[in-house]
Design a protein around this ligand. Sequence first.
Ligand code: NDP
Length: 453
Amino acid sequence: MPSSQKIEEILTCIKDCSPGQDEFYQAAQEVLASLKPLLDSDKRYLEENILERIIVPERTIIFRVNWVDDAGKIQTNLGYRVQFNSAIGPYKGGLRFHPTVTLGTMKFLAFEQIFKNSLTGLPIGGAKGGSNFNPKGKSDNEIMRFCQALMSELYKHIGKHRDIPAGDIGVGAREIGYLFGQYKKLTGEFEGILTGKGLNWGGSRARKEATGYGSVYFAENFLNKYGKSLKGKKCAVSGSGNVAIYTIEKLYEMGAIPISCSDSKGTIYQEDGIDLKALKVIKEIHHESLEKYATVDCKCEYIPVSKYPEGGHAVWHIPCDVAFPSATQNELTLMDAKKLKENGCILVNEGANMPTTPEALKFIRENGILFSPGKAANAGGVATSQLEMSQNASMAQWSFEEVDIKLRTIMQNIFKTAYDTSVEFDCEGDLVTGANIAGFRKVADSMIDQGSI
Ligand code: NDP
């Protein structure tokens, strides 16, 4: 059967077997479509039914999480862990706490994680987990009780050689602390079963910064390839969480000017550059909305989301040279992509997971804007998580500079792998194809080596 027909067959099967899981379907469609040149050049993947096997998670765990709120009432949420593929190493991938979390979200993120982890060159399989719990407006004690309740089930399924979760949206240092404490209480073991831990109890320096820094390193590598650099470039950044904040920090270090940030309520535009110190205080210490930023910095413009009721996003309508979508999935639409092109943007560098809609991605690829897919550009976070695991295994703690140098090298290698693969398959600079093929090939070859497991 021709590869294109097989891909269509598999996509139909996903639609039929996973109704309502639109984000998973979107992620699978993007990956499978870009594998065609590889499938045509090496028949083993179709002969060994790799596509049929790789789109089904090895294990999906869904569980009830009961916890007690401050009023003494029992609340119930759903907990998930999708252990998608362990062909090249133990499962690894973050935990997300957000009210929009569904099984489809978890499957899309875990599926992307397989290829991202493979691209890092490190021995880690793909997984993702989390809950539809909404941390916003909850007290510290409520967050703690929720994390303890979630771990009371999750601990049965993870382990330092089995599955090592980390943070993601809504899960930062505070949540990882509560989760780790509960694991230790339940098992009596002090082990590296989570990454993103505190520096006093097994964490790695530069883990907090790694995804944002890595995203900027990736963009710089890409621009350098075409004789350009980030120096002096106006950069639009979306989000104001972990990835966005450390993207902004590294952009300043590279001599670029980060002119925006955003959250679910609005966008800050500041032509002379975002005040990073003020942003960190508002978001990392007080967990407040960006409306607050506008009250402390009067040189900026605050644009509430209500200004774009038709679905565009203010952040992408600001003239910029490089765009760093770093908030959430499908946050950059076709309308936004057209605006970026009109304003002369030369590179869209995904810090978030799948922030670009399929229509926007098609437009970007057809209109000569360079594009760094998230599974390559934001892989610095998981790569540094693996460095945390290495430090835990050897009871060592490396300096910030040591970790940062390793991160820089890993990002350079990821870029090279994706770029060289694009050249190998006659689509030089198409990093969607390059990253998907390179990530897939290593996992698929390992699955073939390991037989019909
Ligand atoms: P955080 O929770 O720290 O920050 C998320 C940011 O995105 C917040 O500013 C949040 O605003 C905003 N946001 C979330 N949902 C929406 C929405 N629907 N519309 C507009 N803004 C929204 O998460 P991270 O920074 O850790 O993660 C950001 C992205 O990067 C995610 O896609 C994640 O999967 C990806 N990623 C993260 C890694 C990491 O190491 N943390 C590693 C690799 C990828 P608000 O506060 O108002 O909700």
